[in-house]
Design a protein around this ligand. Structure first.
Ligand code: GLN
Length: 495
């Protein structure tokens, strides 16, 4: 069932929260051996929570908007139970003393969190293969990756183990796995959702957001997640609209901008086809499609892979073997520097070490201006391109959203890109610009690459919408128009 489906069934007394939790847990039992979406499943705790919700409903108490709904959390969000590992050896045994604000908001709304999902270590990657524990597999074709870094969060929703999950998106980690698994994934505007208790990767880019089967489910989760938080000084003090209220109301006079950069020659032909079809669908709904230029988009990957590692190298300095996580054994005559070096060498995987070295290098004296400052300037220009696209009147075409591919192609095979970091980085071609510009974006199901799977399976593809800062309400309405017309997200992987 969808999130809304479970919520309504529980509220109407047709399904108890315990039944919903049991259904989710038995689905996990049946399929997670093949998919491996979860690093930890908290069955007992989930059932106890569900019993609590049922008792409150029976007592006629008010329950929240997600009462009794099974959901999953990416394992970089702190929970005061279980472990929070970021799929890293470094934090393998780490138990957080507190709940992230996103965790707390879900709990306050009555959600039943069934477990923590696998991810690329510290959210660095696009395939879930950088997990220190095991790779997660795509439910549509288990020889393929689910995308990343929120690969576990995508796979568990696609495999119908839970109705929804949370992911985090620094350069595409919600939208790319959502696209490769046939889901809706929303990266809210920077500042929309509190990051308190989200283990930081790149603080000027990170956002938490929903991964769901439908647009309405994402809107419902946005209602729960968004809002200013005194614990996160970067959370924006803006009003949270009711994202569900006008969701069914089509946007009148809709103007969508498709950038010339959307037609990259490296795109899989099926990605190009679904984008063309999406344009036709919107035209059929009366939208005007205008061609726009995002000329500085071509610097997106380069800028991102300087800025994100720079911030990561700083954020990950806290993992020193003293305060958090793994501590290496030392010989008698070894000093503190040896403790740091050995703990970090043992605790961090290859990609994380690569990012720390890259980041340290681009911030080092003599290189700071050439790399880091240049990247910041490129970032500003990328933002200016979007500002111009959204500006109306003299300033620009005044598009309500930008439409472009979410990824260049469907899910790739496990191992296909692990030896080529640059090929892996280019998975983010269409997604990083939204993080660099700080704007809202989502990916939604847009059809299938027919017969593209290893056994001739159809593989899902997504298209992306991007909106001006804090314009997610309209972006979700635009997405809903497409979903209602096409029904692409209704099909599941047939597990
Ligand atoms: N794939 C990108 C990276 O490896 C984005 C990851 C993310 O959004 N967390 O950095």
């Amino acid at each position: 069932m969808t999130l809304m489906g479970v919520r309504d069934a529980v509220a109407a007394g047709e399904v108890s929260a315990v039944e919903a939790a049991e259904a989710s847990l038995s689905r996990i039992d049946a399929h997670d051996g093949a998919v491996r979406a979860f690093v930890e499943v908290h069955a007992e705790r989930a059932l106890a929570r569900a019993r609590e919700v049922d008792a409150r409903i029976a007592a006629g108490e008010r329950v929240g908007a997600l009462a009794g709904v099974p959901v999953a959390l990416k394992d970089n969000m702190c929970t005061s139970w279980g472990r929070t590992t970021c799929s890293s050896r470094f934090l393998e045994g780490y138990e957080s003393p507190y709940d992230a604000t996103a965790t707390k908001r879900l709990l306050d709304a009555g959600a039943v969190i069934v477990g923590k999902t696998n991810m690329d270590e510290f959210a660095m990657g696009s395939s879930c293969e950088n997990s220190a524990f095991f790779p997660t597999r795509n439910p549509w074709d288990t020889t393929r990756v689910p995308g990343g870094s929120s690969g576990g969060s995508a796979a568990c929703v696609a495999a119908r183990m839970v109705s929804a999950s949370l992911g985090s998106d620094t350069g595409g980690s919600i939208r790319q796995p959502a696209a490769l698994c046939g889901l809706v994934g929303v990266k809210p505007t920077y500042g929309r959702v509190s990051r308190y208790g989200l283990v930081a990767f790149a603080s000027s880019l990170d956002q938490i957001g929903p991964m769901t089967r439908t647009v309405a489910d994402s809107a419902l989760l946005m209602n729960v997640l968004c809002g200013v938080d005194p614990h996160d000084a970067t959370s924006a003090n803006v009003e949270t609209p009711d994202f569900l209220r006008d969701l069914e109301r089509p946007v009148e006079g809709l103007r969508l901008g498709v950038p010339t950069q959307a037609w990259d020659e490296r795109n899989h032909p099926e990605s190009t086809r679904v984008l063309r079809e999406a344009m036709e669908v919107y035209r059929g709904l009366g939208a005007e499609i205008v061609e726009i230029g995002l000329p500085r988009m071509e610097y997106g990957i380069a800028a991102y892979y300087i800025i994100a590692p720079a911030e990561a190298s700083s954020n990950l300095a806290r993992f020193d073997g003293v305060r958090y996580g793994r501590r290496a054994a030392l010989g008698r005559d070894e000093d503190l520097a040896a403790l740091y070096a050995r703990s970090r060498a043992e605790g961090f995987g290859q990609e994380v070490q690569r990012r720390i070295m890259l980041g340290t290098h681009v911030l080092s004296s003599g290189y700071y201006e050439a790399y880091y400052l240049t990247a910041l300037k490129a970032r500003r220009l990328i933002k200016a391109d979007f500002d111009a696209a959204f500006a109306s009147g003299e300033g620009g075409p005044g598009v309500h959203a930008v439409l472009m591919p979410a990824t260049q192609g469907p899910a790739f095979r496990l191992g296909e890109k692990t030896d080529d970091p640059l090929a892996m980085y280019f998975e983010d071609l269409y997604t990083v610009t939204a993080n660099l510009a700080g704007i809202g974006a989502l990916s939604m199901p847009a059809g299938f690459a027919k017969g593209a799977g290893s056994d001739g399976e159809d593989l899902p593809l997504g298209v992306q919408l991007m909106c001006a800062p804090f314009d997610e309400s309209r972006m979700l309405r635009i997405a809903r128009m497409f979903e209602r017309e096409t029904g692409h997200g209704e099909r599941g992987p047939g597990m």
